[in-house]
Design a protein around this ligand. Structure first.
Ligand code: HEC
Length: 326
């Protein structure tokens, strides 16, 4: 359904259409998962009962049985299996050769992963306008990680026609330059969020996070009601900025020293703190009461500030041919 087009060449279904169509499969999957869960519980019970009912001299009993089984086993084994073990035993005796072979085989995966890094200068585009996350956006990003949003949402638009039409210009490497850890994700129970910034109003996000069913009747996204009533912890943000600087994000001493007041200021327009934010992070920074209440910093403020900046830290992806330049 994600890749079905109308005769006019536009996408035939919205994301939510696919969600509704997948309902029976989700139910089947839940039942399938239940079997695994029951199996695991029965397994634990089995282990527990085995331990409880074991004879006191278990060690000896096992040793006896071991001898008995080994004695008769080679007679029972089919010829092919014996041959295979024979080869294995001979290999095992050549320890150095075996070690070299293991290193050789294991390094194939490593080479495949490392080789592209040699071309990283050509792979990552230039984006001089790229800005860093503000402390408030960073706090929102931490909440995004804490709540496991990445388990249902990816942040990476692939170079496929249906993805570009559904979500916007495909993601560039440079856009994740300051992401530690990256949140590309590997599952799309919900839509991709790489370009969600600016797509909806703050009010929409607040209502949606508070209860997704209020704005999207068929939604299966959980409600995050506590975000609105939980005040944001901001005293550790300076340390967070410092840690990010250690891995290469260009935060200045001034940004680190003012992290806490900048977090407050970004959600408190018309205060001296707000002016500090635009001074340090640029005039294009969103400074508003994201959750609708100025001056009170909540987790909702932080998360919405973060969502509203996704895909907007640089314009690189919107420039025609940005990625093909080199
Ligand atoms: C169980 C999976 C699941 C989790 C976890 C989840 N979502 Fe969603 N999300 C969805 C689904 C499904 C939709 C599409 C329906 C809707 O709009 O509610 C969606 C939609 C959205 C949208 C609107 C996207 C668009 O383009 O319309 C945003 C924004 C969003 N989620 C943010 C979040 C955030 C932030 C979190 C973590 C606090 C989160 N989601 C956690 C499943 C999930």
């Amino acid at each position: 359904m994600w890749r079905t087009y109308n005769d006019s060449g536009t996408l035939a279904y919205s994301f939510v259409d696919s969600l509704v169509a997948m309902r029976p499969y989700y139910i089947a999957r839940a039942i399938g998962g239940l079997f695994f869960l029951i199996g695991a519980i029965v397994g634990c019970y089995n282990i527990w009962m085995t331990i409880r009912t074991a004879p006191r001299t278990a060690g000896e009993v096992v040793a006896d049985r071991h001898d008995a089984v080994l004695g008769s086993a080679s007679a029972l084994r089919p010829a092919g299996v014996t041959q295979m073990f024979g080869l294995h035993y001979r290999l095992e005796r050549k320890a150095i050769g075996l070690v070299l072979a293991i290193i050789g085989v294991a390094s194939i995966g490593g080479i495949v992963e490392i080789a592209p890094l040699f071309t990283i200068r050509q792979t990552v585009e230039d984006a001089p306008d790229m800005r860093v996350y503000t402390p408030l956006e960073l706090a929102g990003r931490n909440i995004y990680i804490r709540e496991g949003c990445y388990a249902c949402h990816s942040q990476m638009i692939r170079t496929l026609r249906d993805e570009v039409e559904r979500y916007g210009p495909y993601s560039l490497a440079v856009e994740s330059k300051y992401d530690h850890p990256m949140l590309w994700g590997s599952k799309r129970t919900g839509p991709d969020l790489a370009r969600i910034g600016g797509k909806y109003s703050d009010e929409w996000h607040v209502a949606h996070l508070n209860n997704p069913r209020d704005v999207m009747k068929q939604s299966i996204m959980p409600a995050y009601r506590w975000l609105l009533r939980t005040s944001l912890r901001s005293d550790d943000l300076g340390l967070h900025l410092k840690a990010l600087r250690a891995v290469g994000v260009p935060y200045t001493d001034e940004m680190i020293d003012n992290a806490k007041s900048d977090a407050y200021g970004q959600a408190a327009p018309d205060t001296p703190y707000a002016r500090g934010v635009t001074k340090r992070y640029g005039r294009a920074t969103n400074v508003r009461a994201f959750d609708g209440v100025p001056g009170v910093l909540t987790e909702m403020d932080a998360l919405v500030a973060y969502l509203q900046i996704l895909g907007r830290l640089t314009d690189a992806a919107h420039k025609p041919g940005a990625a093909i330049e080199r």
